[in-house]
Design a protein around this ligand. Structure first.
Ligand code: PEP
Ligand code: MN
Length: 338
């Protein structure tokens, strides 16, 4: 449930309600807006009395939250959340571009791409060091060596960095070198990994599972947040359908649906969703129009020889052309970019 306090409720009244709830063994999540304060309740509600709360000073009304996700629920936190990643912010007013290679292949490769994407307007460098590949014989990533190159790229360019993690060991390594960890589509319901990501306290980019519903995805975010880590960003990367013309089907309608259901920022990945570099620009623009807070785009200096996901990677030149075309789309939706 959420408890909506009267406009300009006194702090003493807010504290009295909070203390009643925490004193009964439940958790409180406070959302103080400009006008109204909302007290979100997490835990076993049979331990508290709605009648007692309703009769407390400055309580306006109680609204039940029927969804199983609470901390990620927009009812708990009506204002959109902004997440800090290194020296940049994701949501709600700017367009954040994360770009870089699918996999970190060498220091040279990463630095060349990092400088190029920075010059084109990206603020976060992506690069996989642990690659969850379909085949065990495909390139699996440079692991900690790749993370070290990410750190060098950050130092050289000032870009913030994000890298996928696939295990607790990878989380601990990533914490030393990058600003944000990514939970990939294949691990979206790896609940132990979600809990560890929550305990790490690091900002988490949570990609949508290959076949996950939006509610399952928000429950995955809840796993991270329930460990005390509010720094979650969602990434729509396409879902599996019967359509084979594209690698996945980009569910752009997820963006407005999520805007209604959650306060967390939403990034769209037109690269993994389409699987073809030539479809990336149109879907990137459509994502902005749909209300996305950012884009994640795979960029490679030599896609033909990329060790993973070459066909969907933009060259640095194509990426630069694309970012040069995004401004009017941002202006239409009142989003700042560059
Ligand atoms: C990636 O971003 O490199 C990746 C593997 O994406 P996904 O988990 O969406 O397939
Ligand atoms: Mn990839």
């Amino acid at each position: 449930m959420i408890i909506i306090m009267k406009p300009q409720a006194a702090d003493t009244s807010i504290n009295a309600v909070s203390n009643y709830i925490t004193g009964s063994g439940l958790d409180v999540h406070l959302s103080k807006g400009t006008e109204v304060t909302i007290i979100g309740v997490v835990g076993n509600k049979s331990l508290i009395s709605a009648d007692v709360i309703s009769s407390m000073k400055d309580v306006e009304r109680i609204v039940p939250v029927t969804e199983s996700y609470k901390l990620s629920n927009r009812k708990f936190h009506p204002d959109p959340t902004s997440i800090t990643v290194g020296n940049t912010q994701i949501g709600p007013e700017n367009l954040t571009i994360m770009a870089g290679p699918c996999a970190v292949e060498s220091e040279e490769q990463l630095l060349e791409i990092a400088h190029a994407v920075k010059a084109s307007g990206a603020t976060i460098l992506r690069g996989g060091a642990y690659k969850p590949r379909t085949s065990p014989y495909s390139f699996q990533g440079l692991e900690e060596e790749g993370l070290r190159y990410m750190q060098t790229a950050k130092a050289e360019t000032g870009l913030s960095t994000v890298c996928e993690v696939v295990s607790l060991e990878a989380i601990n390594a990533a914490a030393k070198y990058v600003d944000m960890i990514q939970i990939g589509a294949r691990n979206m319901q790896n609940f132990m990994l979600l809990k560890e990501a929550g305990r790490s306290g690091l900002p988490v980019l949570l990609k949508r599972g290959l076949c996950a519903t939006i509610d399952e995805w928000l429950n995955a975010a809840e796993y991270i947040m329930a460990e005390g880590n509010p720094n979650v960003v969602l990434c729509e990367r396409g879902i599996r359908t019967y359509e084979t013309s594209t690698r996945n089907t980009l569910d752009l309608s997820a963006v407005p649906v999520l805007k209604e259901k959650t306060h967390l920022p939403i990034i769209v990945d037109p690269s993994h969703s389409t699987g073809h570099y030539k479809y990336v620009p149109s879907m990137a623009k459509a994502a902005i129009a749909a209300g996305a807070d950012g884009l994640m785009i795979e960029v490679h200096n030599d896609p033909a020889h990329a060790l993973s996901d070459g066909p969907q990677s933009l060259t640095c030149e194509k990426f630069d052309r694309l970012t040069g075309e995004l401004k009017p789309f941002c202006e239409i939706v009142n989003r700042s970019f560059k």
